[in-house]
Design a protein around this ligand. Structure first.
Ligand code: MG
Length: 169
């Protein structure tokens, strides 16, 4: 049983030594250990069973040259993949929300050999709570956290504060 941050850190370090075989092997280890991590022990402010949403371009997909021709041309961000895996093992459902067509992301994801399969979040679903699959949608669904490279965290700022925070200094 893994229930201490140090062990998780080591695990994440291992997951970072990519090449595909290492990656798959490390993922298998995670699966086998079943990661019985108690969120309380880690002092995470995240709630089990409540989804976390990931943006695709600039987060999962490195997107180093911007949109280009609309293809998924760049490599994936290993840190984010480690994070997604860890969160799902902590029983936090994860989904991807992007303006891209979900099918494009699903096809790409399912060719990578990641630990879980990606599936489309159908229109009848309001809350994503699946812990087996990674959901993909172009609709904004509720989430306890949105991980996005273009986000602005709104905590009650006035117009003036917004302008100041978004000005060149
Ligand atoms: Mg983005």
């Amino acid at each position: 049983m893994i229930n201490n941050p140090e062990k998780i850190n080591n695990l994440i370090k291992k997951l970072n030594q990519v090449p595909d075989e290492v990656w798959k092997e490390a993922i298998k280890e995670v699966e086998e250990e079943k990661l019985e991590i108690q969120t309380e022990k880690l002092d995470l402010k995240l709630e089990k069973g409540h989804a976390i949403c990931f943006d695709f371009d600039g987060v999962i997909h490195k997107y180093s040259k911007g949109w280009q021709d609309g293809s998924i041309y760049d490599e994936y961000n290993k840190n984010i993949l480690d994070l997604m895996l860890l969160l799902q093992k902590l029983e936090i459902p994860i989904y991807i929300c992007s303006t891209r067509k979900p099918e494009q992301i699903i096809n790409w994801w399912n060719q990578q050999g990641f630990w879980a399969e990606a599936i489309k979040i159908t229109d009848d679903i309001t809350f994503w709570n699946d812990l087996k699959f990674v959901g993909v949608t172009n609709r904004k669904l509720p989430a306890q956290l949105y991980i996005d490279d273009r986000a602005y965290k709104y905590t009650g700022q006035t117009v003036k504060q917004f302008i100041l925070e978004n000005s060149m200094k």
